[in-house]
Design a protein around this ligand. Sequence first.
Ligand code: FAM
Length: 434
Amino acid sequence: RGTLKYKLSKKIKEHRPRTKRLLQEFGDVQVDSVTVSQVLGGMRGIKSLVTDISYLDPEEGIRYRGYTLQEVIDHLPKPKGAEMPFVEGLFYLLLTGDFPNEEEVMQVVEQFNKRRIVPRYVYDVIDSFPTSSHPMAIFSTAILTLNRESEFNREYHAGLKKKDYWEPTYEDALNLLAKLPEIAAYIYNKLYRKGEKIQSNPNLDMGADFANMMGIDKPYDDVSRLHFIIHSDHESGNVSAHTGHLVASSLSDIYLSISAMINGLAGPLHGLANQEVLRWLQGVMEKMDNKLPTEEEMQQFVWDTLNSGQVIPGFGHAVLRKTDPRYMLQREFSKKHLPDDPIFKYADLLYKVVPPILQEHGKAKNPWPNVDAQSGVIQWHYGVTEYDFYTVLFGIGRAIGICANIIWDRALSYPLERPKSVTTDMLEKMVGIK
Ligand code: FAM
């Protein structure tokens, strides 16, 4: 009683009749129709997924459980003296739709703390990777390795009832999320600090402990909280969220599902864009001898990139049609905490220069910056200059949202996902050219 799990079980019981009624009474009502360009164009925009955790409005950006990111940050409880809220509180909000009070959030912090210890074999697997491996490959494997811990698997094979699937899934999710900061920090220290390890401190919240294990002073705790919170969910159709949901739909456990979603996040058109932004910015800085270029020089650099057939990383979006609020929040943080940072100045100049150029270029449907145009800038400022690592940070945040989604998928008994494919021949016949 009074715990997150108890509250969630009540919410699930209340919600189930809604899904049941929609299915039983309105199952044949049409939601969308599909065009040839959608079939050949990455299924863009087809309404065929359901989630109540977050919704992405093309003009406004993401809302978590109906709240804007600013509202989420304003209303979630914060650790003493912190500017950013408890990440654990966000998990509560995503799961239940309600803001936790201080006591409720502290219960979740305690739950996470109890589950932090990473088994020895995970470190062994990480250690066996060559140091030239990409941290996302190591991160995904470390998560996968934990699959032997799955309570869902154990209970499923012992004959668990379908309506109870969500319960061990919830346990698996908490067990995994609590370990991610330590796994990530261990990978960072292995790759970039010759294996120096800073112990986790069980008296700290997730954001503060991550900063502790990374060995970075305040306000990196707030940077981490902000980063994990704004990256946690972006509705269901993006590659990482969709992959997590898809893999989980075959009743693969949380570890298999989150490892898979991490692999999707690792692509340059998705989560890897934040490292691409930094790599690209560094290129600009080198060319300019580290002097801030004039607007004209920057415009030239952007055109050169486009004319060589590359995309401008950190700009554009598959759904959004305005500046990403996640970008704006990070920009506000940067303006407050690192206004004189040279890379921030470069990024801010890009904010001015790129959108009109992309408009003139005429291809990108959205010329505005996305989350990735800013996140690496902040990391670099606080000393995390190994930009290969940035997507791992994204992955910790994203895992929170996807876990919440998978728990609800199980609670509402969403079935195995299985869309239908056609052949090119069939398409040609459908449109009457064959
Ligand atoms: N620079 C240059 N061209 C761009 C562009 C950009 N930033 N964004 C889109 N385009 C091009 C795109 O390549 C496509 O060209 P082709 O027709 O020649 O294939 C055309 O504009 C239409 O694309 P779109 O419909 O506007 O975008 P998509 O929905 O296909 O793709 C993105 C969306 C995000 C993959 C795309 O905007 C992009 O490649 N951006 C740069 C990479 C990036 O920042 N990714 C991170 C996205 C972020 F939100 C995340 O997932 N973390």
